[in-house]
Structures are given as C-alpha cells and as structure tokens.
Ligand binder design. Structure first.
Ligand code: B1M
Length: 213
C-alpha cells in the first residue's frame, strides 16, 4: 500500500501529472484514506520539491511542473477530502498588490502552501486593499499574504497593513510579504509579521507564525 504513495511522491517530484492522477485514483480504489494519500503521497512529494528548491538543486520551471502534478492529484482528492471533512491546517488568502500584475512567484507560493496542507484563497493580481480585507473577513483566514515585484508597488503593502488595522482585523491575522524587491528590513518597517525570500521558505514561515511547526 505504502508503495503507491512513495511512487506518487516520486512522480509528483518528477512533474508527471498523469501518473500522479492515476496513482491518486488507484490509492482511493484500494481503500486508502484521502488524508493518508494527501499527507504521505502528494504533500510528501511537494515537501521534497521545497527542500530541493531551497537548496538551489531545482529551479522555477521544475517547481511549476511539480505544482501542476500536485494539482492533478488534488483535483481527484478534493471532493473526497470534502466528503470526509478533512480540515486544512490553516487558511491563507494571497494576492499581488494593487498596481502590480506579476503573478508567477505568487502562484508558486500559493502552490507550495497548498502542497503543505493550507487552504489557499488566491485573489489574483492588482488586488486593492478592500479586497484583501473583505476576503480575510469572509474566509476567516489566519494568514494574509501579499506579493509585489515592483519598487513602485511594494509601498502598497504598507497601505494594506494600515487598512487592515483600520478595519479592525489586523490582530486576527498574520501578515506575510514577499517578492523580489522585498527584504526582511522592509517587512519589519511596514509592520508585517513575516517575510519569505522564496516559496519553500514561505511554508516554513507561515507554519512558524501559526505555531504549526
Ligand atoms: Co516585469 N519587471 N514588469 N513583467 N518582470 C520585473 C519585476 C523587473 C525587475 C524587470 C527589470 O527591469 N529588470 C522590473 C521591476 C523594476 C523595479 O521595480 N525595480 C519590471 C518592470 C519594470 C515591469 C513593467 C513596469 C515593464 C513595463 O511595462 N515597462 C511592467 C509592470 C506591469 C505591472 O505589474 N503593472 C512589467 C510587466 C511584466 C510582464 C507582464 C511582462 C511579466 C509578468 C508576467 C506574470 O507574472 N504573469 C514580467 C516579468 C515576467 C518580469 C520578470 C522578468 C520576472 C518576474 C518573475 O516572474 N520572476 C522580472 C525580472 C526578474 O525578476 N528577473 C520583472 C520569477 C518568480 C518565481 O520570482 O516573483 O521574485 P518572484 O517570486 C519569488 C520570490 O520573490 C518569492 O517566492 C517566489 C518563488 O520563489 N515571493 C514570495 C514572491 N511573492 C511572495 C509572497 C510571499 C512570500 C514569498 O508571501 C506572501
């Protein structure tokens, strides 16, 4: 039984979406629980992707291909997870800030977070502060993630944090920021709770912010 899951993790790491989908279905057919398939197959494979990506042993294209394979497995698993009432480890909303259209890095972060068991609500690009606030309230998110790639839009993060404070939900969420021009120093200056330089570290930071490590 465990062999299927090991194989699934390997195929996911290799970015073989078709094989991951087939193995996910096979594991379900053989009576494995959706939770077990998620944790020991899909998340295990994605964790390995995160480790290698952080160590510069694989790069963005490989991560994107692995993420697509993860998605293929998740499409089969998601309805079963819903049926069995398996809860995500936490909820995160994420978006690229107002005025900014870059989303490759943000999408990678979202995929890695999903791969780690978070429910991710992706608000897309060019997201105004009202949308971050409304989504955080409506979804009951524990983490608000913001991405910016331009020096002209990174300042919008500060505006968003101010707006979250004014809306009264600042203390109910952890705010995480990232993107090429963002630094730990900038994150501290604007009052964010966490900063991650890459998608794999984003998972570690998010977990530590929520004491899930
Ligand atoms: Co644009 N662009 N771009 N661009 N673009 C940059 C960012 C730029 C550095 C290129 C350059 O001049 N050398 C420059 C910014 C300069 C600056 O601000 N100092 C720039 C510019 C100027 C522009 C335009 C203004 C160009 C123009 O029209 N004159 C324009 C702006 C549009 C807008 O946003 N309003 C523009 C447009 C575009 C495209 C649409 C053509 C395209 C985006 C396509 C898309 O995203 N769908 C694009 C691209 C592709 C780039 C470059 C080439 C690549 C960005 C990228 O995807 N990197 C970029 C130059 C470069 O970086 N080499 C550039 C790969 C990605 C995986 O990395 O996004 O850093 P990154 O994400 C990483 C980490 O940062 C981190 O994890 C990710 C994965 O490890 N991370 C987080 C990201 N978000 C996070 C959130 C977190 C945690 C970690 O927590 C929530």
């Amino acid at each position: 039984m465990a062999e299927i899951l090991d194989q699934m993790a390997k195929e996911l790491f290799a970015g073989n979406a078709k094989a991951v989908a087939e193995l996910t279905q096979k594991a379900l057919d053989e009576g494995m629980s959706p939770q077990e398939i998620l944790n020991q197959g899909l998340i295990k494979g994605m964790n390995e992707v995160g480790v290698k990506f952080k160590a510069n042993e694989i790069y963005v294209p490989e991560v994107l291909i692995a993420a697509r394979a993860m998605k293929a497995g998740m499409e089969i698993l998601k309805p079963k997870l819903a049926e069995t009432g398996v809860e995500p480890i936490a909820k995160m909303i994420i978006g690229t800030v107002k005025g900014d259209l870059h989303d490759i890095g943000k999408n990678l972060v979202a995929m890695m977070m999903e791969g780690a068991g978070f429910e991710v609500i992706d608000l897309g690009i060019d997201v105004p502060e009202e949308k971050f606030i409304a989504a955080a309230k409506e979804k009951g998110a524990q983490i608000v993630g913001m991405s910016a790639l331009l020096t002209t839009t990174m300042v919008q993060m500060k505006e968003n944090i101010r707006a979250l404070e004014e809306s009264g939900i600042r203390d109910k969420v952890k705010i995480m920021v990232g993107g090429a021009p963002i630094t730990q120093k900038f994150a501290d200056e604007i009052g964010a709770d966490g900063y991650a330089p890459d998608a794999a570290s984003a998972v570690d930071i998010a977990k530590s912010l929520l004491n899930l490590n």
